[in-house]
Design a protein around this ligand. Structure first.
Ligand code: GAR
Length: 200
C-alpha cells in the first residue's frame, strides 16, 4: 500500500530554499498541483529578497519567507532565520533548488538524510557555483545533472539521480544551460516524488 493510501499518514511536508530564478521550485510546485508529487510545499524561503523566484512562488500562492544573510557573520548565525521558518512550517524535508549558500555542519546535522539538492553537473565533476560554465569552458564532451542528499561537504552526499547531458559541437553556454535546465525541470519533481514516498 502506498503512503497515500494510508489514512493516518499525512503528505510529506517540504520547504523549498531558493536564491535566484526559482525555475526548479516552479516545476516542483506545478508537479504538486498536477498531482504528480505527493507533498505539501509548506513554504518557499529565499536568502535574497530580490530573487525572481520569490515572485514566482507568490504567483502560485505559496507562502514565502525571506531570511537575508549578513556579511561577516558566522554561518550558524545567518541560518537562524531559516531554522525558525522551517520549524514554524512543520516541514520534515528541505529541498534546495538553486540555494547558493553553503549550509553549516550544524544545520545539516539537524536534518539527517532530509536535505535534497540539485546540482547542474555530474558530481563529483564540476562542483561549485558555476558548474555549467566550468564544464563548457573545460570543453568536456558531456556534463549533466545530479540530485543528491546533502551531507556536510559542499556539493557532496549520496546521489539519488543523475542524468548525462552531452555538450554538442555547436553549443553556446546559453544553449547548454537551456538543455541542462530542461533536464533539471523534468528530473527534480520525479525524483522527489520517489524519494519522499520511499520508492527509491
Ligand atoms: C540550477 O541550475 C541548479 O542546479 C543550480 O542553480 C540553478 C538554479 O536555477 N544549483 C547549483 O549550482 C547549486 N550548486 P533556478 O533558480 O532557476 O531553479
Amino acid at each position: 500500500m502506498t503512503k497515500r493510501g494510508s489514512e493516518t499518514e499525512r503528505a510529506k511536508r517540504a520547504v523549498i530554499l531558493i536564491s535566484g530564478n526559482g525555475t526548479n521550485m516552479a516545476e516542483i510546485v506545478k508537479a504538486q498541483r498536477r498531482g504528480d508529487l505527493d507533498a505539501d510545499i509548506a513554504l518557499v524561503i529565499s536568502d535574497n529578497a530580490d530573487a525572481p523566484g520569490l515572485r514566482r512562488a507568490e504567483g502560485f500562492g505559496c507562502r514565502t519567507a525571506v531570511t537575508p544573510y549578513a556579511a561577516g557573520v558566522p554561518r550558524e548565525e545567518n541560518e537562524r532565520g531559516i531554522l525558525e521558518a522551517i520549524a514554524q512550517s512543520g516541514a520534515d524535508w528541505i529541498v534546495l533548488a538553486g540555494f547558493m549558500r553553503i549550509l553549516s555542519g550544524d544545520f545539516v546535522r539537524r536534518f539527517p538524510g532530509r536535505i535534497v539538492n540539485i546540482h547542474p553537473s555530474l558530481l563529483p565533476a564540476f562542483p561549485g557555483a558555476h558548474a555549467i560554465k566550468d564544464a563548457f569552458m573545460a570543453r568536456a564532451d558531456f556534463t549533466g545533472v545530479t540530485i543528491h542528499i546533502v551531507d556536510e561537504l559542499v556539493d557532496h552526499g549520496p546521489v539519488i539521480a543523475q542524468e548525462e547531458v552531452p555538450i554538442l559541437p555547436g553549443d553556446t553556454l546559453e544553449t547548454l544551460e537551456a538543455r541542462i535546465h530542461a533536464v533539471e525541470h523534468r528530473l527534480y519533481p520525479k525524483t522527489l516524488q520517489a524519494l519522499l514516498n520511499e520508492d527509491l
